[in-house]
Ligand binder design. Structure first.
Ligand code: IVH
Length: 678
């Protein structure tokens, strides 16, 4: 066959590309393309070389097995080589049939009625390591390297909490355990969230996280990335009689205190393998770590010995892949989404791509810093990752595929939902829409909060009702609540005439409130009950607070720059001021308090604990009134408590008061205290 210049050039190009990707993957632990894409390039080169054997060069990436030891670690010669497994890349489960047929042929088993027994396991997606135990003590840990020689990573592996430093029970003279170091989804997400907050680079995927941690030259750095470990096989063994099957071997390893994954079965024949494949595929998303397939192993160890090896792969095992969890696609647009608390999240709209078993069209970009750090632009080719139940994310951009003329992404300055200002408080990663009371995305949350017990306490206005009122556009802001009447309400689901009337009455009642409750009800970021109370006590009325600038707000004790900025931004937003004006026009009101320094209030310095049920007012109301008189209302009784107010059915707090000899007031006593102090 004639090799054309085109074929030659393509083969050279593929070799060049694969070499670059190998370097990024094995040496830098920072691959630029997903494995699935690498496999495609690799297979294209293999196909070219198969068709034109004269193209095969000794330095072709197809002629190399495994990675290369990293300079900086002491090389470790494996006493028994670390093998790889033959991998079926076809993700359909029927590959199992061919494997079973081949095993039967090679073992000369003809009896259809006696199926071969297989140990079925998960194919963990991490880094293969070998642990050497001598007389039960961990003496060495090594990476696989090229299978013959790996790297001594003992110090780093010692930081893995699941790897025992000493085995349990009576242990062999020498036991080399082979297994996978991996990073769980939870540890991966936690690590990345921390890095993101600190503005530091994130890990591309858990496998790279694991590989990077194990091959980190500084063990202290390695320890910062929490890894786990599963044992799945053996290397050299001395002074131990092996069990008869692989499954019994894993049981024995578990007996030594080594972590062995519980998701494994012993299956009979090809049908058993296929059933296992299906079962694992169905639960893959729910697993707390990445797998890239399943592994089938002939269970009987004597048969394994009989079957032996072909170059670097055992004949008795095969790996069966699942759909890849990372793929390449193109960013068609970058939009921002507004969350229920106003958080603005940039989202990439993608050319549809099949990842991890589903078609993905959107992927989160987390926040503006992330977009900037990854420099994702509309038109870019990106790696998308979808694993477990985590939302798909853009992992990185393939810069070598970036077309000319793409512009960096800029965050919008206005909320796409309501047009209010978007603000990103200093030192925070998340930008937010400031139209809290007005923004469509935040309506349900804003109204739920407004009506909640410690805010305006609108009894009977539950979450379900809020949903309906907002969905039907009957309520767009908290002010609209006060326009509802019984006839409008009784049309709603699960709302009888009686409950409608009750709700109207509750709405009417809620109009008379306190300034601190009103401020808390507005749902201003950074303003919880305590800050609302501080603001109300300090300003005494709403108007001076509306006028206060950041500097003025920061003079108040307990109000820092972040809260000051959030308060100012909220009141400056015209949409919010409109809603506040409408609320006041609807009759929401509170007594203006004369601002007195707390120290001059009649109950200043007194700590009071409320317990049990009161008849004439709720505990929250009682607490409000006590606080208005300068008292501190505490949740538990201690020696510092001045009074315990005990209503009906008071329990342990009353007992404690008696024990400590603290004066106890009943409801009448409380009312008298409030009257006298007022
Ligand atoms: S057995 C003699 N079992 O897959 C066969 N390998 O190419 C030795 N892997 O990087 C491997 N899960 O680290 C085996 N349950 C499992 C595995 C597993 C993941 C990895 C292994 C190696 C690759 C084999």
């Amino acid at each position: 066959m004639i090799v054309t210049g085109d074929v030659l050039a393509r083969a050279a190009e593929l070799r060049e590309q694969l070499r670059g990707h190998d370097y990024r993957y094995y040496v830098l632990d920072a691959p630029e393309i997903p494995d699935a894409e690498y496999d495609r390039l690799f297979q294209e080169l293999q196909a070219l070389e198969a068709a034109h054997s004269e193209l095969v060069t000794p330095d072709s990436p197809t002629q190399r097995v495994g990675g290369r030891p990293l300079a900086g670690f002491t090389p470790v010669r494996h006493r028994s080589p670390m093998l790889s497994i033959h991998t079926e890349t076809d993700t359909r489960p029927d590959g199992a049939q061919a494997f079973d047929a081949q095993i039967r042929r090679e073992l000369g088993l003809n009896d259809e009625a006696a199926p071969v027994e297989y140990a079925c396991e998960l194919k963990f997606d991490g880094l293969a390591i070998s642990l050497r135990y001598e007389h039960g003590l961990l003496t060495q840990a090594a990476t696989r390297g090229d299978g013959e020689t790996g790297e001594d990573v003992t110090q780093n592996v010692r930081t893995l909490k699941t790897v025992p430093l000493r085995l349990q029970g009576s242990t062999p003279e020498v036991l080399e355990v082979r297994g996978e170091a991996y990073m769980s989804h939870a540890d991966f997400e936690r690590y990345n969230a921390r890095q993101r907050t600190a503005g530091l680079p994130t890990l591309v995927n858990p496998r790279n996280g694991a590989a990077g941690a194990i091959r980190q030259l500084d063990p202290a750095q390695a320890a910062k990335r929490p890894l786990s470990f599963f044992a799945y096989g053996l290397g050299e063994v001395q002074g131990w009689e092996l069990p008869e099957t692989h499954s019994a071997l894993l049981d024995a390893l578990a007996g030594f205190g080594l972590p062995v994954c519980g998701h494994r079965v012993v299956a009979q024949g090809a049908a058993g393998l296929i059933a296992f494949h299906h079962a694992v595929a169905a639960k893959r998303d729910a697993l707390p770590f990445d797998i890239d397939g399943v592994v089938y192993k002939v269970n009987r160890l004597d048969w394994q010995r009989q079957l032996g090896f072909r170059t670097r792969e055992p004949r008795w095992a095969v790996a069966h892949k699942f759909p890849a969890q990372e793929q390449l696609t193109v960013v068609e647009a970058i939009e921002v989404q507004v969350g229920r608390t106003g958080a603005i999240t940039p989202v990439a709209r993608l050319k549809p791509v099949f990842v991890g078993g589903v078609t993905v069209t959107n992927a989160t970009l987390h926040n503006a810093d992330e977009v900037a750090r990854k420099d994702v632009r509309v038109g870019d080719t990106v790696i998308v990752r979808r694993a477990g139940d985590v939302i798909p994310e853009v992992v990185s951009v393939v810069l070598e595929r970036r077309p000319a003329g793409l512009h960096p992404f800029a965050m919008p300055e206005q909320c796409p939902m309501c047009g209010s200002q978007i603000l990103r408080p200093a030192g925070e990663a998340v930008a937010r829409c400031m139209g809290g009371l007005y923004c469509r995305a935040q309506r349900k949350e804003a109204i739920r909060h407004f009506a909640s017990r410690r805010a305006l306490d609108i009894e009977g206005l539950g979450d379900k009702l809020v949903e309906q009122l907002v969905d039907r556009e009957q309520v767009r802001s908290p002010a609209d609540l006060y326009a509802l009447d019984a006839s409008m309400l009784s049309g709603l689901e699960r709302m009888g005439g009686k409950s409608a009337e009750n709700l109207v009455r509750a709405l009417e009642r809620s109009k008379t409130t306190t300034l601190e409750r009103f401020l808390y009800a507005l749902g201003i970021r950074e303003v919880g009950e305590t800050t609302a109370r501080t603001l109300a006590a300090h300003f005494g009325a709403l108007e001076p607070l509306l006028r206060a600038d950041e500097a003025r707000l920061q003079q108040i004790s307990d109000i820092g720059p972040v809260a000051a900025a959030a308060i100012r931004a909220f009141f400056q937003e015209p949409h919010n001021r409109d809603v506040i004006a409408s609320l006041q026009a609807a009759g929401v009101q509170w007594p203006e308090t004369v601002v007195k320094p707390v120290a001059e209030l009649p109950l200043a310095g007194k700590t009071i604990v409320l317990t049990g049920t009161l008849d004439s007012l709720s505990r929250d109301q009682a607490a409000d009134r006590l606080r208005a008189l300068g008292a501190k209302v505490a949740g538990s009784v201690s020696k510092k408590t001045d009074y315990v107010v005990a209503g009906r059915d008071a329990g342990s707090k009353l007992d404690k008061a008696h024990q400590l000899g603290i004066p106890v007031l009943d409801e009448a006593g409380l009312l008298a205290l409030l009257d006298h102090s007022a």
